[in-house]
Each structure stands twice: as C-alpha cells, then as structure tokens.
Design a protein around this ligand. Structure first.
Ligand code: ATP
Ligand code: MG
Length: 241
C-alpha cells in the first residue's frame, strides 16, 4: 500500500532581489490513511507553504508529491481540479464560507460543484450539519453564526465529498478556548469513528495533542518529532458534554 501522501525532497524557493529565499528544503514527509498529522513550528517557518503544495494549490520548485502513489506534478489543470474535488477537503483559519449562502448551502456546495445527486447530497449535508451539532442552524447565513459555528460549518463542508484527506490550516486559530475544544473533539471523533485522515498546521498546542504523527517545521525542514499515538490514547473525546 502506498502512503496516502508522500513528499520526496520537496523544496520551495522564492526569487528575491539579491538571491533566492528558500522556504522548504528537501522535505521528506509521509502520511498514512487514518492518521492525524500535525505540523507545528514558528510563524514563517513554511507550514502553510507546505500545506498549499501538498494540497496542489501551489507547486514546489523542486521534488515530488505523491497522493496514493500518483505523482501530482504530472496532473493537468483539469486533473488537478477533479483531484481536489474527489480527494481533498480544506479548512482555513478564516472559514472562507460564502457570505450569501446559508450554512446548509455552504455545506452542500462541494457536491453541487461536483454535480452529485441532489437528494443524496442534501441528506448528507443535513447529516454532516447534525454531526457538527448545527441542525438548528441550517438556515443561518455565516454572519448569523458564531465564529465556532462557522468553523464547524467549514468542517462539515470539507467532509461533504468524502475526501480521503482534510487539510486544515490553523482551524482553531480564530477561536476562543471553548470553541477550539469543541472543534478538537470533533476532529478526533471523525478520525476515530470514520477513520478520517487529517493534516493540520497549528500553533494550538492543545489541538496538536490529538496528533498521531507530530512534525516540527523549522529552518525549511520538516522533521518527524514523535509518533504521538500512545500519548493520544489518553485524550478524552468530550462531544456533547
Ligand atoms: N509569495 C511569496 N513570496 C515571497 N515569500 C513568500 C511568499 N509566500 C510566503 N512567503 C514567505 O514564506 C515564509 C513561510 O510562510 P508560511 O505562510 O508558509 O509560514 P507559516 O509557517 O504558515 O507561518 P504562520 O504560522 O505565521 O502561519 C514566510 O517567511 C513568508 O514571508
Ligand atoms: Mg500559516
């Protein structure tokens, strides 16, 4: 079985006047299905850059990225788009919900874009909104939701097309402690119950605590810190309590 995600010697540099700004240098990274990988490291160390590259939102200047054993730089633009729809769900620090659409419509959106069956998608969107505890808020516009609720809508939306991988960049970065705790519990439950794989960049050490794989980003390299699975066993899931 290939890794769900693997990078080989991935580099990213920006051309600047007076030289090259090297952000990532020969990064070798692996992620197996069913894991929660968490990247931590100082601001500016390259976490978002790395997520954007493995999420095919950006291209590396060197090295290879494999998804399920397929090398991504060979994808055409069309293939990249369909790859996104089928395999990836994204979550960002600032939810990126569409302001003119309700919570329900936002969650449904990825299925509409992928032209999936409406009735089935509708059922799934409602189920996902129930899983994230927002059945009572389906008709609310983003501005009528709290920050924590918006982030949970974003999580439901990321799950809509049953992605193999959810990439989350500072998903709790904009939340207070209580809402960050709710989001953390949800991520952990989705992983334990449905085997959902996550790749998360965060400064939130509490969220980092649910990792099965911890990676430290520093000076352009990403080093595996520790396999944190044993530690995680003691983390309690506290949904609805
Ligand atoms: N388009 C660009 N051109 C030049 N430099 C860039 C560009 N995009 C990002 N950088 C630089 O790359 C470095 C890494 O940025 P990145 O956003 O990946 O950091 P990060 O680890 O996600 O930080 P944070 O924790 O603050 O989110 C930063 O020093 C940034 O200035
Ligand atoms: Mg970042």
């Amino acid at each position: 079985m290939p890794f769900l995600l693997e990078t080989k010697e991935v580099s990213k540099a920006y051309r600047e006047t007076g030289g090259n700004l090297e952000i990532l240098k020969n990064v070798n990274f692996t992620l197996s299905e069913g894991k929660i990988a968490v990247l931590t490291g100082p601001s500016g160390s390259g976490k978002s850059t790395f997520l954007n590259i493995v999420g095919a939102l950006d291209r590396p200047t060197g090295g290879l990225v494999f998804f399920n054993g397929r090398e991504m730089s060979k994808f055409s633009r069309k293939e990249t788009n369909s790859f996104h729809r089928k395999n990836l769900g994204f979550m960002f620090q600032f939810h990126h919900l569409l302001a003119e659409f309700t919570a329900f419509e936002n969650v449904l959106m990825p299925a509409r874009i992928a032209h999936q069956n409406y009735c089935e998608s509708r059922e799934r969107a409602l189920e996902l909104l129930s899983i994230v505890g927002l059945s009572e808020r389906i008709g609310h516009l983003p501005r009528e939701l709290s920050g924590g609720e918006r982030q949970r809508v974003a999580l439901a939306r990321a799950l809509m097309n049953r992605p193999s991988l959810i990439i989350a960049d500072e998903p709790s970065g904009n939340l207070d402690e209580k809402n960050a705790e709710v989001l953390k519990s949800l991520i952990l439950e989705l992983n334990k119950k449905y085997g959902q794989t996550f790749l998360i960049a965060t400064h939130d050490m509490d969220l980092a605590g649910i990792a099965t794989d911890r990676w430290l980003v520093a000076h352009g390299t990403i080093m595996v810190n520790t396999n944190a699975y044993e530690r995680r066993k003691s983390v309690r899931v506290s949904i609805g309590t």
